[in-house]
Design a protein around this ligand. Structure first.
Ligand code: DQA
Length: 149
């Protein structure tokens, strides 16, 4: 059974109340629930993880590399722009991933325009609010299907 892990970085636990004009009014729980329902329809095992701690995200990626996880969808949040440790975890595990952002990071402050992960990602989806995650899920399913052929 295909297994997809969705990782949410710091402050995404506050979705719903956090800058709704930028990130929308959906909560993280409701986004996760939608993803779980979409996965169940396709008989895909989908797990979610959120942490505000960089090292915990690194450990989560390392664990995914040694378990039966096929693909990661990650919104690294602010760690996108700072974390060599998360970059190195993806280099170490070689687990394929899509980078997701609710907002369009290229229309915001200059410091958000650089990502330590984008060049390692299969692709990036940015700017579609909660639909960034849902689109990433569809793309992940296509990628997993293609690589199992
Ligand atoms: C974000 C964009 C980041 O720049 C920011 O630090 C976040 C959320 C997004 O989903 O749009 O926390 O990753």
């Amino acid at each position: 059974m295909t297994k997809i892990l969705v990782i949410h970085g710091p402050n995404l636990n506050m979705l719903g109340t956090r800058e709704p004009e930028v990130y929308g009014s959906d909560t993280l729980e409701s986004i996760n629930q939608t993803l779980i329902e979409m996965a169940a329809e396709k008989e895909i095992n989908l797990e979610t993880f959120q942490s505000n701690v960089e090292g915990d995200i690194v450990s989560c990626i390392q664990n995914a590399g040694t378990s039966d996880t096929h693909f990661v969808i990650i919104n690294p949040a602010a760690y996108t722009h700072t974390s060599i440790a998360i970059r190195d975890a993806f280099l170490a595990t070689r687990i394929p991933f899509i980078e997701v952002h609710l907002s369009n990071i290229f229309t915001r402050e200059e410091f958000r325009m650089h990502s330590y992960l984008s060049d390692l990602a299969i692709g990036i989806i940015s700017g579609f609010g909660k639909y960034s995650y849902l689109l990433a899920f569809e793309a992940a399913v296509i990628h997993c299907k293609q690589s199992s052929q």
